[in-house]
Design a protein around this ligand. Structure first.
Ligand SMILES: Nc1ncnc2c1ncn2[C@@H]1O[C@H](COP(=O)(O)OP(=O)(O)O)[C@@H](O)[C@H]1O
Ligand SMILES: [Mg+2]
Length: 250
């Protein structure tokens, strides 16, 4: 379970202070898949990085399975897999297997454990044919599979994805979506940011909507559709933002 309590994050940029997160509070139950929605600059990446212990909150705190992200970063890193959009973090000169081996070492996994896990992942993603080829020659879709495998190498319970399908072709996006379904069946807890409403409505149990660093809505998708009398997440999102702006102005 992830608990985000009154989290504010400020950045100092050339003496100007930027508030990327403003008193954000919500929690994610074990086994839930949550979509993080928001326009560019809404604070999605900052929130994901803070949960992943890569940034500390300026105010407030986050706990992962009861552990504080600032006090227990190492223990939390073992429970979390993180994939930040764009950067696959793979070494082109190494084979897929060598890449995965490398990341397994960072998590202190044994040789045997690593071999078994890589075989499982290769089977799960259909990577067996190219596991021992250099990543440099891979297509985007193949790279994506290796990058996701890297995220899952230590079999984390919680997975954070930052815009996982942005810039991917349809085939690779579908690979990702299929994978989310599979991870859901395994009972993983997932939080992923996306611009793609269709993707969020297909894959998520609940949504967190952010706007200019604030959480404008968090809750179950079905309940949201009912209360808004619409199944159109895009429309709901826009109308929440418009209502939000009016609230701030009044
Ligand atoms: N390292 C940083 N230094 C200064 N400002 C930052 C930094 N990271 C993010 N920001 C600012 O914080 C705000 C939220 O950014 P971000 O979390 O990347 O939003 P999103 O991922 O939703 O597009 C933006 O105004 C962005 O410019
Ligand atoms: Mg971002």
């Amino acid at each position: 379970m992830i608990e985000i309590q009154e989290v504010t994050k400020k950045f100092k940029d050339k003496k100007v202070s930027i508030t990327a997160l403003k008193h954000v509070s919500f929690s994610i139950e074990k086994g839930q898949t949550v979509g993080l929605l928001g326009e560019n600059g809404a604070g999605k990446t900052t929130l994901l990085r803070t949960i992943a212990t890569l940034l500390s909150p300026t105010e407030g705190y986050i706990t992962v399975d009861g552990m504080d992200t600032v006090k227990n970063p190492d223990a939390i890193k073992k429970k979390i897999g993180v994939l930040f959009g764009g950067e696959t973090g793979l070494y082109d000169r190494l084979t897929a297997r060598e890449n995965l081996d490398f990341f397994a070492t960072l998590y202190g996994m044994s040789k045997h454990e690593t071999k078994v896990r890589i075989d499982d992942l290769a089977k799960m993603f259909g990577m067996r044919d190219y596991l021992d080829r250099k990543v440099g020659g891979f297509s985007k879709g193949m790279r994506q599979k290796v990058a996701i495998s890297r995220t899952l190498i230590h079999n984390p319970d919680i997975i954070l994805f930052d815009e996982p399908t942005t810039g991917l072709d349809i085939t690779s996006s579908n690979v990702f979506r299929e994978l989310i379904h599979q991870l859901k069946r395994e009972g993983k807890t997932m939080l992923f940011s996306s611009h793609i409403m269709e993707e969020v409505s297909m894959l998520c149990d609940s949504v967190a909507m952010m706007h200019k660093g604030e959480l404008v809505y968090h809750g179950n998708l079905e309940e949201l559709y009912q209360s808004e009398k619409s199944n159109d997440l895009n429309y709901i999102f826009m109308s929440k933002l418009v209502r939000g702006e009016t609230d701030y102005a009044s």
